[in-house]
Design a protein around this ligand. Structure first.
Ligand code: PLP
Length: 306
């Protein structure tokens, strides 16, 4: 058997040819003039690796390409990223002492990073990493989360795209500074997560790093409309596709905090955390109903992705 907690596996990806190079995680890697470092310019995807395979791959690859296009970067080739993910995953499971001949087992977190690259060469930089899923994620899957509502402080609803075509809303960019600051603030105040509110301080948008989904009576699922202020979530899309095919009615709809308080259950969904129930919003304790039924649906939907 190998060690129980392997080191992260880092694979540098050559963005135009797809060749890869394993990188020692204890050594520095990004150049001083990389736009990711100097300007925060780049994109990423966080992908669940399950039993050796990237989950929900096509949706991640599509969003990765869309993000690159919004930033005016060369389109990433999905076949390179799939191959690199499989290669890094094989190394990850090998470090765990697993044998490829008998198949890999277990979950890990994979992050693809793609930046505008070095100012001196003009070539984009690309790499991925695979690491263990933090224990806090397991805890949240089981016990749920409390959330602090906070105005996001900006909105696209007042600004048509033609007036500000440089805005990269809808892209999953590296700029999570405000989200991380809000999460720190939430934790200081005793909450696990942040739920962003729109300009009116009533409309709910999404979590700091997750999509909001609510369950309503009569087998209905609702999520705030994506685009503009809300990142299109790959997990929510997979859940809605599966649920719709199993008799649920699923819709994007504007939601308020009041709608959440009246829902049967409220969930934050994202690739690695999966679906976690919200148990408290601000000072309001929720009393979720049919948690097991919803959890079963979401787990089945997420397991069905490949
Ligand atoms: N919304 C934001 C702002 C996010 O950062 C994320 C994931 O990181 C999500 C939603 C959920 O996306 P996905 O389900 O594709 O992981």
């Amino acid at each position: 058997m190998g060690p129980r907690s392997p080191q992260p596996v880092i694979l540098i990806v050559e963005p135009f040819g797809g060749s890869t190079r394993l990188h020692n995680p204890n050594l520095p890697m990004v150049y001083w003039d990389d736009a990711a470092v100097t300007r925060g310019e780049g994109i990423f995807e966080t992908v669940l690796v399950r039993d050796g395979q990237p989950a929900n791959f096509e949706r991640h690859a599509a969003r990765f390409r869309a993000s690159a296009e919004l930033l005016g970067m060369p389109a990433p080739d999905p076949s390179y990223w799939r191959r690199a993910t499989l290669e890094a995953a094989a190394e990850w499971y090998r470090q765990l002492g697993q044998d490829p001949a008998t198949g890999f087992e277990g979950e890990a977190k994979c992050v693809w990073t793609y930046t505008r690259g070095r100012a001196s060469t003009g070539n984009p930089s690309a790499w991925l990493r695979i690491e263990a899923i933090p224990p806090s994620v397991m805890e949240q899957r089981e016990h749920g989360v409390s959330v602090m509502c906070a105005p996001r402080g900006w909105s696209t609803s007042e600004t048509p795209h033609e007036d500000a075509p440089w805005l990269t809303f809808g892209a999953k960019t590296l700029n999570y500074t405000a989200a991380m600051a809000a999460l720190r603030c939430a934790r200081e105040r005793g909450f696990d997560d942040v739920l962003w509110l729109g300009e009116d301080h009533e409309t709910v948008l999404e979590g700091a790093t997750s999509t909001l989904v609510i369950v309503k009576k009569g087998q209905r699922l609702r999520t705030p409309p994506s685009g503009g202020d809300v990142l299109p979530g790959t997990t929510q899309a997979a859940i809605f596709e599966y649920a719709q095919a199993h008799g649920w009615r699923c819709k994007e709809k504007e939601l308020t905090v009041h709608d959440l308080e009246r829902a049967r259950s409220v969930w934050l969904v994202s690739s690695v955390r999966g679906a976690v129930p919200v148990m408290r919003i601000g000072e309001t304790e929720l009393e979720p109903r049919d948690l097991d039924e919803a959890r079963e649906l979401f787990t089945a939907a997420i397991s069905a992705t490949d």
